[in-house]
Design a protein around this ligand. Structure first.
Ligand SMILES: Cc1cc2nc3c(=O)[nH]c(=O)nc-3n(C[C@H](O)[C@H](O)[C@H](O)COP(=O)(O)OP(=O)(O)OC[C@H]3O[C@@H](n4cnc5c(N)ncnc54)[C@H](O)[C@@H]3O)c2cc1C
Length: 536
């Protein structure tokens, strides 16, 4: 018997396991479907490209995407301690202040969340008004120093974008080098940053290789989970709460497997309905991204890792290509009419990436990817079967709404402009995967042929104060007791940037809500909590 059963040891789950077990009187269980994070490709940053479709990846694909030539898009998700933070590209971005203010949910504005970004952060630049030092999450300068990445920044400036050496500072716009979640040239996943320091606590238990199949209820109160390890079923009981941290695909999957969802869909899968909640699994949003790839005659890219000196350099100083997070440089720009904040983000990788890394590079090269930050299209997560081991059906529905494709085309044009500027032109001499021409038709065809999801799914268990929201502003599942969702799935819309730091900040605040409850709520949220009495 535990007080809290946390399902999923990803970015959010590791934060909660640490923060909740700070109270020695509380018994916490963290349940993770994947293995411990012992694979060294997790920890040496360059190992990232070796992790796809291995035992630490759920290895999902989308359903055929109508506006992307009917392709099934690869959707990597971490299945290991640390979750997706153990297989991600380590870019440290908080998003734009507007993102949180636009959510319009009491307690989750930028002003509410900023203290949690700072509390989480251990930035090697030190503490300042906008940054934290001494928190659990290491944030450091990128240590690979590939010349192509610096050339991308110079070319962006030549194209008219401002230089920005802190995308998490006063303004997000511009080009620069990313800061990364690393310490000493090693990946700092949520497991490294939050879980390891708490592992020795006697009131925290961590079970790996343990997949949760469904939530157990007594009436409408969650009382535990049914899980299995190597086919052996187990029941794990929670006296206070079950907290789903299984991520934007698996948290809605678990709710639906437990009878919480749209009744017709559940009936089709022969699942008894516990709660009619049509919003579960809807409102999926991600960042569609396209890609431009060039072969370069200059021997400069991350293929330098194959040189005999590279490994010894990494072993001696944890610098050089093995320390690379891949997306070393990038930036933010506005392409939509009157955009109030950036709507395009660039990731520039000094490597010829083929098929998202599924094939080895053939030569030195560069990959530049513009992604759309504020997509209006919405997708869904649905069950393929009532079998908990069946992969969910994910529809991104990219480019199905509004002007998403037009803005992506504008982003592609800007990326092509940057790549043609003098600072970068010599690295972009030989096209490997670029549009057939510069007409709108050619750019649209290129986007349809190369778009992928840049791994930032959110929204499938949306929080809100309206009746249709899956969770309330305290992240409690509406209509049920003893059950919360705390992960990227509760974000109403995807922030303008990468989603690891936002998920960690969200989980930091959720931990405070769970531990200190009502005291943290502002007046509006307190009024709404009074209208719907708290159960936790
Ligand atoms: C390839 C890749 C690159 C990325 N690059 C970046 C980047 O550079 N910067 C950035 O900020 N963000 C990046 N992201 C996104 C970021 O990592 C995620 O948004 C963030 O980790 C999501 O956190 P989460 O807690 O919601 O889910 P996750 O971290 O995915 O955690 C969910 C956990 O739940 C477990 N789980 C799921 N179902 C069950 C079950 N039934 N039983 C038990 N356990 C279960 C999973 O195995 C996993 O450990 C990237 C993601 C990927 C996949």
């Amino acid at each position: 018997m535990y007080d809290y059963v946390i399902v999923g040891a990803g970015s959010a789950g590791c934060v909660l396991a640490n923060r909740l077990s700070e109270d020695p009187d509380v018994r916490v269980l963290l349940v993770e479907a994947g293995p411990p994070d012992t694979n060294e490709n997790i920890h040496v940053p360059l190992g990232y490209l070796q992790l796809g479709a291995t035992e630490v990846d759920w290895d999902y694909h989308s359903a055929p995407e109508e506006h992307c030539d009917g392709r099934r898009i690869v959707l990597p998700r971490g299945k290991v301690l640390g979750g997706s933070s153990s297989i991600n590209a380590m870019v440290y971005i908080r998003g734009n202040h507007l993102d949180y203010d636009e959510w319009g949910v009491a307690g989750w504005s930028w002003a509410d969340l900023a203290p949690y970004f700072i509390k989480a952060e251990d930035n090697e630049r030190g503490a300042s008004e906008l940054h934290g030092a001494g928190g659990p999450l290491p944030v450091s300068e990128e240590r690979s120093h590939n010349r192509i990445s610096h050339a991308f920044v110079e070319a962006g400036v030549e194209a008219g974008l401002p230089r920005n050496d802190d995308f998490n500072g006063p303004t997000q716009d511009g080009v620069g080098m990313y800061q990364v979640t690393q310490r000493g040239g090693m990946r700092a996943s949520a497991a490294v940053a939050y879980l390891r320091p708490a592992m020795e606590r006697p009131n925290l238990e961590v079970l790996t290789h343990m997949q949760v199949n469904r939530i157990l209820f007594d009436g409408t109160r969650a009382v535990g989970v049914e899980a299995s390890r190597l086919g052996e079923p187990r029941e794990l009981r929670a006296e206070r709460e079950v907290i789903l941290c299984a991520g934007a695909y698996n948290s809605p999957q678990l709710l639906m497997l437990s009878g919480v969802g749209e009744p017709e869909h559940l009936a089709m899968r022969e699942i008894e309905v516990l709660l009619d909640q049509p919003a579960v699994g809807t409102n999926l949003s991600d960042h569609p991204a396209t890609q431009l790839v060039w072969t370069t005659p200059e021997p400069e890219s991350l293929l330098l890792a194959l040189e005999p000196d590279a490994l010894s350099e990494y072993e001696a100083t944890q610098t050089g290509p093995f320390a690379s997070n891949f997306a070393e440089a990038g930036g933010f720009a506005r392409v939509g009419d009157g955009a109030p904040a950036p709507d395009i983000q660039f990731h520039a990788v000094p490597l010829q990436i083929i098929d998202e890394g599924a094939k080895d590079p053939e030569a030195h090269g560069i990959w530049v990817s513009p992604c759309l930050l504020t997509e209006r299209s919405r997708g869904s997560v649905r069950l393929a079967s009532k079998d908990p081991t069946a992969k969910p059906i994910v529809h991104n529905a990219f480019y199905s709404e509004g002007d998403d494709m037009q803005r992506m085309i504008a982003g592609l044009r800007l990326a092509l402009d940057i790549c043609a500027r003098p600072a970068l032109a010599k690295y972009c001499a030989d096209p490997f995967n670029v549009p057939a021409g510069d007409s709108e038709e050619a750019l649209r065809a290129h986007a349809a042929r190369t778009t992928f999801a840049i791994y930032h799914p959110v929204g499938t268990c949306r929080m809100g104060t309206d009746a249709a929201a899956v969770v309330d502003e305290q992240l409690r599942v509406n209509g049920l007791e003893g059950l919360r969702v705390v992960d990227a799935s509760v974000m109403p819309t995807v922030p303008r940037g990468n989603t690891n730091a936002p998920t960690i900040a969200l989980a930091e605040r959720a931990a405070d809500l769970i531990r200190h409850g009502r005291a943290l709520l502002g007046p509006a949220a307190q009024a709404s909590a009074d209208a719907e009495p708290a159960v936790a």
